[in-house]
Design a binder for this molecule. Structure first.
Ligand SMILES: Cc1cc2nc3c(=O)[nH]c(=O)nc-3n(C[C@H](O)[C@H](O)[C@H](O)COP(=O)(O)OP(=O)(O)OC[C@H]3O[C@@H](n4cnc5c(N)ncnc54)[C@H](O)[C@@H]3O)c2cc1C
Length: 503
């Protein structure tokens, strides 16, 4: 141990993960701790990662980052959900909207009432009952649409330039006392007895010692992988996409307040509108599509002028079996990777930080703390993985890649969930899992699972009371959305970025 009873912490890597860790630890650990971040400008960060889920709002709030100032600094936009195009069948579309759909009555979730109306042939579009979905469809946004009385049911996240976010977090971290060292790590020295990491050697002959090391070196995984050889669980049999091409394009029209994920012949394409440009990319399986075809597919399907050549990224889906190994905790891409279909990577960084804070060792890292961290991480990653598999499994497309995905075996937990929903419309959120019942509901219905029943408790209101209730929730969602300005107006008035500073 160096100094106080708190470990001195060395963060290796200054991408989004490294600076999120540095900003959060420097904000929440007592002042006597020592936090150092080492990053190499020469190596740089992965440079993708623009869409998020609503939990990021909490992270920023805890750091004291004002929403409008954040969007201004990161050229960001608001995000009310993800629109999925062509997943059920080539021209189908549905949105996984954030927030509530309708309103539960007593113990029973709203969708059972909607399913009852559907069984009678009188249900309208489920998403008409979601303020987020209606606002997304009509290009509107405001955090507080001013409808006192009833909760709006809205929830939102952001789309932003991740490198500008890292820059903003760096300012916070350095203001809170984090020491930044510019340099390239050449090797790590380990204690010959315990096997723990003792220090990191940098180019130029420098060395940085510490008690707890956070590996934020991205796909390189220099500490958890190269140094400690922690095993990697490969999940590509479930999620076989292994490559991505990313290309920014000039904006065309006002930015939509949602991310779009469009299925393509052997993968899917993202579209993420920012204030100053649009992020695009194709995630694909190299077993079903070669790189040239991927590049032409991507470029044929972007809306604006490409601002750079498409950038290739290779990955293996999966995670480190023990993300906390010895005195090293892997956070970010070094911990593992799940494709960005539901924009979960930055969230997984955020939740790893919360776990680390909850399990911060008093001195030398203990096995019990590491074991609990790893148990919680496993459960979280597996449930996100299952949610992603769901999209592929329920596809209604006809290309070889998609036929292969439909036929592939899925985890038992996922089969059980789909079967229960199909037979009775019932959905349950397990433990602390990330996605809510409303999230599972939208993907299942959106991709064609038609429940054969609903909870019999929804049979109680009379037909007339049921239709009045549905009318009310639909009216409310529409009224919330109509009370908003357009998304572009809201951004312009409250969060307009300085285009010269944005990349
Ligand atoms: C194709 C793709 C699309 C994605 N889209 C999304 C998305 O929409 N939403 C989302 O939430 N996430 C997304 N992600 C994930 C997101 O990009 C990452 O989770 C996030 O950026 C964190 O990356 P990182 O900091 O772990 O790694 P990196 O950004 O790669 O940072 C690694 C850091 O380590 C440093 N480093 C490496 N080697 C050394 C060395 N020897 N010495 C010193 N420093 C070193 C580098 O300089 C850099 O600072 C996407 C990822 C990919 C691949």
């Amino acid at each position: 141990m160096t100094g106080s009873s708190l470990p001195s912490i060395v963060i290796l890597g200054g991408g989004s993960a490294g600076w999120m860790v540095a900003a959060a630890l420097s904000r929440f650990l007592p002042a006597q701790r020592r936090i150092t971040l080492i990053e190499s400008d020469e190596i740089g960060a992965v440079g993708v990662g623009e869409a998020t889920i609503p939990q990021i709002r909490l992270f920023n709030q805890h750091l004291g980052i004002d929403e409008n100032a954040f969007l201004k600094a990161t050229a960001g936009t608001f995000k009310l959900g993800i629109e999925f195009v062509g997943w059920g069948a080539p021209h189908d579309r549905y949105i996984h909207a954030f927030g509530q759909i309708g309103r539960s009555l007593g113990l029973l979730p709203f969708h059972h009432y909607w399913l009852r109306a559907r069984a009678r042939g009188v249900a309208d579009d489920l998403w008409d009952h979601s303020a987020s979905a209606v606002a997304a469809r009509s290009g509107r946004f405001a955090p507080d649409p001013g409808r006192p009385g009833l909760p709006s049911g809205l929830a939102w996240a952001y789309q932003f330039d991740a490198s500008l976010y890292a820059r903003l977090l760096r300012q916070h971290a350095e203001a809170n006392g984090v020491t930044r060292i510019e340099g390239r790590m050449t090797h790590a020295t380990r204690d010959p007895d315990s096997g723990d990491i003792q220090s990191l050697a940098l180019d130029g002959g420098r060395s940085v010692a510490g008690d707890l090391f956070i590996d934020c070196t991205g796909f390189r995984a220099l500490l958890i992988g190269d140094t400690l050889a922690a095993p990697f669980d490969d999940w590509s049999r479930h999620l076989p996409c292994d490559r991505a091409l990313a290309v920014p394009t000039a904006s065309v029209g006002a930015p939509d307040p949602f991310t779009r994920a469009t299925a393509r012949a052997a993968g899917w394409q993202w579209r993420i509108p920012l204030q100053h440009r649009t992020g695009n990319g194709l995630v694909y399986s190299s077993a079903f599509m070669d790189d040239d075809e991927a590049a032409s597919t991507l470029l044929a399907n972007v809306e604006g002028r490409p601002l750079a050549d498409p950038r290739p990224i290779r990955f293996t889906t999966g995670k480190r079996r023990a993300q906390w190994t010895r005195n090293c905790v892997a956070i970010g891409l070094s911990a593992g990777f799940l494709e960005p279909l539901e924009s979960t990577s930055i969230h997984l960084i955020q939740s790893a930080i919360s776990r680390l804070l909850a399990l911060m060792p008093a001195g030398r890292a203990q096995d019990d703390e590491a074991a609990e961290f790893n148990r919680q991480a496993d459960a979280e990653w597996q449930s996100v993985r299952d949610f992603l598999i769901l999209h592929y499994h329920l596809n209604g497309r006809d290309e070889p890649f998609w036929r292969d995905r439909r036929a592939a075996a899925i985890p038992d937990s996922l089969s059980r969930r789909i079967a229960l929903f199909r037979s009775s419309g019932r959905l349950f959120r397990e433990g602390d899992e990330l996605f809510t019942e409303v999230g599972w509901l939208q993907v299942m219905l959106g991709q064609g699972v038609v429940p054969q029943g609903f909870n019999p408790l929804a049979g109680e209101p009379s037909d007339q009371a049921l239709s009045e209730f549905l009318k009310l929730t639909r009216h409310h969602a529409g009224a919330v959305a109509r009370a908003m300005p357009t998304h572009a107006d809201y951004l312009h008035r409250h969060c307009a970025t300085d285009q010269r500073k944005a990349s």
